[in-house]
Design a binder for this molecule. Structure first.
Ligand code: GDP
Length: 325
């Protein structure tokens, strides 16, 4: 199928076409890359925008339970919901988040929902690019909300926050020293903290955890892109469907405020600029993996190892070589 044809099918809302298009952007093949760039450009030209929500949390906090309940609620409101995963650990474990068929079983059967597991690292031309392009394809396919799920292990949150309009941190109730477990940088990125499992015996602990984080968020800052009351920490129970409607109302009001005050547009513009820089940096690095730079790297490396050249002098010569190309 030609890319134009595929793009047209994606824009028409054909889910199988969307799945195929995402497979194409995940491909590491050079000819596929050119096609993917075309495809995404055509998709973006449809001019549709979804609310992109990044959701991060360590394994076991209830991400899939939450996304299923939250997604079902949105679908019941007539919204179309796409779920994508960024799983930095899939390369190591061989598995992937969302890969488990039992996850989000109800949501995956909904015609208005689209769930895409994270690919294995081997298929990927970079986590960030793949996710960013997949988000663009889901937007073009007419999804109203795109949820990007990630396991909280550090770097992936930064990637997700640079892709999404809102960044949500999901936590579970815990003892007093838990606060230290969340890195400051991640707290600074969070627009909302949802303390999940606020039900049954866990409810008092959830309320304490919420209060701790609300205090920490308050101390951290109020950023120019935040209205009064944000960032905020609230309790939810994915299992009991408790607090989900309120959390959604908060997300909408935050997104609406940012739209009205120009922050939505400037955030996306800033993100586009960021990814442009990243793509160029990535491209420059990849030059080193191709001839003639690859051979020169090996040759200089051997001379450094043999003690004929200092590492610094060899680097200067190598960079001069690359810079001339
Ligand atoms: P994930 O690894 O973050 O995707 O977490 P899961 O959604 O797989 O949930 C991990 C465990 O927490 C499961 O046993 C869920 O049943 C449980 N869980 C998830 N949400 C809630 C909740 O709102 N309340 C309670 N009590 N348990 C929950």
């Amino acid at each position: 199928m030609e890319m134009t044809e595929l793009a047209t099918a994606v824009i028409a809302g054909d889910r199988r076409a969307l799945a195929r298009a995402i497979t194409r952007v995940e491909s590491a093949r050079a000819d596929h890359r050119t096609q993917a760039v075309d495809l995404v450009a055509q998709a973006r030209a449809a001019g549709r925008q979804a609310l992109r929500i990044g959701l991060s949390g360590t394994p076991g906090v209830g991400k899939s339970t939450f996304i299923e309940a939250f997604g079902m609620m949105l679908v019941a409101q007539g919204l179309r919901v796409a779920v994508l995963a960024v799983d930095p650990s899939s390369a190591r474990s061989g598995g992937s988040i969302l890969g488990d068929k039992t996850r989000m079983e109800r949501l995956s059967r909904e015609p208005a929902a689209f769930i895409r597991p994270s690919p294995s690292q081997a298929q990927m031309g970079g986590v960030a690019r793949r996710t960013r392009e997949a988000v663009a394809l889901c937007e073009a396919a007419g999804f109203d909300v795109v949820l990007v799920e990630t396991v909280g292990v550090g770097q992936s949150e930064t990637v997700v926050a640079e892709i999404c309009d809102l960044f949500i941190l999901l936590l579970a109730p815990a003892g007093g020293d838990e606060l230290q477990g969340v890195k400051r940088g991640i707290m600074e990125m969070a627009d909302m903290i949802l303390v999940n499992k606020a039900d049954g015996d866990l409810k008092p602990a959830a309320m304490r955890t919420r209060a701790d984080y609300a205090g920490a968020l308050h101390l951290l800052r109020r950023r120019p892109q935040d209205p009064e009351g944000f960032p905020k920490a609230v309790c939810v129970s994915a299992v009991e469907n408790d607090g989900l409607a309120e959390a959604w109302a908060d997300m909408q009001s935050l997104a609406g405020w940012r739209r009205d005050h120009g922050h939505w547009h400037s955030r996306r513009a800033h993100q586009a600029r960021h990814w442009f820089g990243e793509e160029v940096r990535r491209g420059l690095l990849s030059v080193l993996d191709r001839e003639p730079a690859k051979g020169a790297m090996a040759a200089f490396g051997a001379r450094v190892e043999a003690g004929e050249l200092s590492p610094e002098a060899a680097a200067v010569q190598m960079l001069a070589l690359v810079g001339r190309r």
